[in-house]
Design a protein around this ligand. Structure first.
Ligand code: BGC
Length: 346
């Protein structure tokens, strides 16, 4: 923390932690601030549709602000992601934005960046066990709570809800937070006998194929005798629904998701998926561009929250989210311009 001044002020009146981050190198000190800063964006993957939108919007915002972006994607491989970061450091980026494949593995990337005096913003997913400068994300625990609340509201009046749970990638800290939010809602219902988990597993690297296999295994073990699949994102929901289709069960089983992927919005309109959680990518990409530029220009910035990452309390900016069903598809993703009505309702 020597090269950076980090103040965490606790505001008792507001019960809010306000972090003021003055980027690595101090407020302009120790580093010449470039006229046209260059931001490095290191991405885990472009597999899910949302990440392509994140990349495009982030790039657009950075360019509109008169700066440049270098983007690298690691195809869910830690060694490649580390090489990508090393290459961005060699290219002398002024700030790094990292979407880690494995939050723990990328601690090394943060260390290397800091040795080169480059501040790091962790985007959407937390990098753990390091002296991270800033974290920007959605309220991930709330994502899990919204998914589980949707199910809680659909427990049969007489009886219980029999549930298959599909978690995300074990390497992704977010997957644990989604589960934590789901547990907050489900544990009391499980204890009260209103919900029974008949099968659960983690989908490797968030792969739809892995979610399909989990669903197949659950059906092989229990037969078609279940009511809902708590899939943690739209990609895994898609894999699960594929398995349901093969069994003639699609549309009969409640399926959750997250991301408001176009394919998921279409499934919701058609009735094979029941809900998704809309996380406005426009908000996170725009905010990330703004924060990354401030880091690059060594300007002070304020983060209202703080999240522990195993080593430090990371100054954090949290963004809000919305639950989307067939009833409010138009009022949410369409109204927001995230999806076109004609695309969703084909
Ligand atoms: C993101 C989700 C995404 C998942 C798979 C999570 O960290 O928060 O939006 O669906 O990764 O890429």
């Amino acid at each position: 923390m020597s090269a950076r001044i980090l103040l965490v002020l606790v505001s008792c009146a507001l019960s809010v932690i306000t972090g003021l981050v003055i980027a690595r190198g101090g407020a302009g000190g120790g580093k010449t601030v470039r006229q046209r800063p260059v931001i490095g964006l290191s991405m885990d993957t472009l597999k899910e549709e949302r990440w392509q939108v994140d990349r495009d919007l982030f790039t657009e915002k950075i360019k509109a602000a008169g700066a440049d972006v270098l983007v690298q994607s690691a195809n869910s491989n830690d060694a490649i992601q580390l090489q990508n970061v090393e290459s961005l450091i060699t290219q002398k980026v002024d700030a790094l934005v990292i979407i880690p494949h494995d939050g723990a593995a990328m601690a090394k990337a943060v260390k290397l960046a800091h040795q080169a005096g480059i501040p790091v913003l962790s985007y959407d997913r937390l990098i753990t066990d390091c002296d991270l400068d800033l974290y920007l994300t959605f309220d991930n625990v709330k994502v899990g709570e919204l998914q589980a609340k949707f199910l809680a509201e659909r427990i049969p009046a007489a009886g219980k809800l029999r549930l298959i749970r599909i978690y995300g990638a074990k390497t992704d800290n977010n997957a644990k937070l989604f589960k934590q939010g789901q547990d907050n809602v489900l544990q009391p219902l499980i204890a009260a006998g209103k919900v029974e988990v008949i099968f659960e597993d983690w989908a490797e690297d968030w792969k739809p194929e892995s979610a399909k296999k989990i669903t197949n295994a659950a059906i092989t073990k229990n037969g078609p005798n279940f009511d809902a699949i708590l899939a943690s994102n739209d990609g895994t929901a898609g894999g699960a629904i594929q398995a349901l289709m093969e069994e003639g069960l699609a549309g009969k089983i409640i399926v959750t998701g997250q991301d408001a992927d176009l394919a998921a919005c279409q499934r919701i309109a058609q009735g094979t998926q029941s809900m998704t959680v809309y996380k406005p990518i426009q908000s996170i990409a725009t905010k990330a561009a703004e924060l990354a530029l401030k880091l690059a220009q060594r300007k002070p910035l304020v983060a209202k929250d703080a999240i522990p990452n195993g080593q430090v309390e990371v100054p954090t900016v949290l963004l809000d989210i919305v639950s989307v069903t067939k009833e409010n598809l138009r009022e949410t993703v369409v109204k927001d311009g995230f999806r076109k009505e004609a695309d969703v309702f084909q």
